[in-house]
Design a protein around this ligand. Structure first.
Ligand code: FAD
Length: 369
């Protein structure tokens, strides 16, 4: 029977919410209930490209990524389930002007114990067969990483948390909160109320709206990022290791079924803010909406630097399946989709993405994690 009271209520069943649920259960935090409006990993987590990279020039981020990587290294011990990780390595390729800074980053990562080495363009062509190194000055090669299965990771966290006593309620929408004397005293949900004094907001791109309901202003914006899934020509080489191309602002990752996942970013890395419940899932073939690198990927032969051989499928290959001008969509090399991501960046001074500190109203408190 579903609990009507809890010591801690977690809102959101993405990788963050399920991981927090497991960690609270391991620390015997009392009765923990996780509420998810759809199903575990139904949000951006399930659409993540799930690259397991530790290459960040800001040391704080590199440390956080290296620490997270440990969770995957010890995944079986943590969850009792095998980690679905493809350790094909990950290469971050940069322009010639960025090579000196890359060397500093490599040295910093090595101090943190990360297995990473520098590649010259000639080495790069050897490590990533079929790659055009034109315009690249070098790369950092993380040899022991790759990419994960984001839905599988979240399901494993949820399953282990459940075994340790957490109640995971799916199809349960948190509609608002009850506040008594300036403090949270419960949550209102589509399946009835739950009394609690502690709520963890792990609602991803919906998190800002949720917190606003209790007067807490979090610097979270939802941003749209685009990726295309392509079928390479039979004689083309699928990428191995994962390639992050910082010059064309695209990344390439093997996808099941012999497909290739190509993710793209514009120069800023983010689109204009979008509504996470109503964003376009059509891939833009132009320079708008965060898809600035798609034209470059297309120019290089539809498959980017890896020459995946999509030259015979020009523009329509970059259109979405639901596009009304379907007659032009010849046999398709792949499918495309866009996804939405929540960004809550912080600067070194602790302020948020927009340079604002989270405003915490009255005596209500929230912790930004
Ligand atoms: C293995 C792995 C590797 C990754 N690698 C990278 C990387 O290299 N770079 C990078 O930038 N990101 C990476 N990510 C992060 C990823 O892209 C997403 O940003 C992340 O998974 C978001 O997780 P989340 O739990 O914060 O949010 P979400 O996945 O958005 O989960 C939030 C959940 O809350 C639920 N919810 C919202 N509102 C309510 C409500 N009112 N009531 C009930 N439920 C609600 C939603 O349905 C959703 O399921 C990686 C993730 C994984 C798992």
């Amino acid at each position: 029977m579903a609990a009507a009271t809890a010591d801690v209520v977690i809102v959101g069943g993405g990788v963050m919410g399920t991981s927090i649920a497991l960690q609270l259960a391991r620390r015997r935090a009392g009765r923990v209930v996780l509420l998810e409006k759809r199903h575990v990993a139904s949000g951006p987590t399930g659409r993540s490209s799930a690259l397991l990279r530790r290459h960040y020039s800001i040391e704080l981020y590199a440390r956080m990524a290296a620490r997270s990587f440990e969770a995957y290294r010890n995944f079986e011990e943590l969850t009792g389930r095998p980690a679905e990780i493809t350790r094909c390595g990950l290469v971050m390729a940069l322009a010639p002007d960025d090579v000196p800074a890359m060397r500093d980053t490599i040295a910093m990562m090595q101090r943190l114990g990360v297995k990473v080495e520098e590649l010259t363009p000639r080495d790069l062509a050897r490590v990533v067969p079929g790659l055009s190194v034109d315009g690249l000055g070098g790369a950092a090669w993380e040899t022991d990483t790759g990419y994960g299965d984001p839905a599988g990771v979240s399901q494993a966290y949820a399953a282990r948390a459940r075994e340790l006593g957490v109640e995971i309620r799916q199809d349960c929408h948190v509609l608002g909160f009850t506040v008594t004397g300036g403090r949270i005293s419960g949550v209102r949900t589509s399946a009835g109320p739950v009394e609690t004094a502690t709520v963890v907001n792990a609602a991803g791109p919906w998190g800002a709206a949720l917190s606003r309901a209790v007067g807490v202003d979090l610097p979270i914006v939802a941003s749209r990022q685009q990726l295309v899934i392509l079928r390479p020509r039979a004689d083309a080489t699928a990428p191995r290791p994962v390639l992050v191309d910082m010059v064309d602002r695209a990344y390439y990752r093997p996808e099941t079924g012999g497909l290739v996942l190509v993710g793209t970013r514009n120069r800023a890395g983010v689109s204009a803010p979008v509504d996470p419940d109503a964003f376009s899932e059509r891939v833009d073939a132009d320079r708008g909406g965060g898809g600035a690198s798609l034209p470059r990927v297309r120019r290089r032969g539809g498959g980017g630097r890896l020459r995946l051989g999509l030259r015979s499928h020009p523009r329509p290959a970059l259109r979405h399946r639901a596009q009304p001008d379907a007659p032009r969509a010849r046999p398709r090399p792949g499918v495309q989709r866009a996804r939405v991501q929540a960004l809550a960046g912080h600067r070194r001074d602790g302020r948020g993405a927009g340079g604002r500190r989270p405003r915490v109203g009255g005596r209500r408190r929230a912790v930004l994690i």
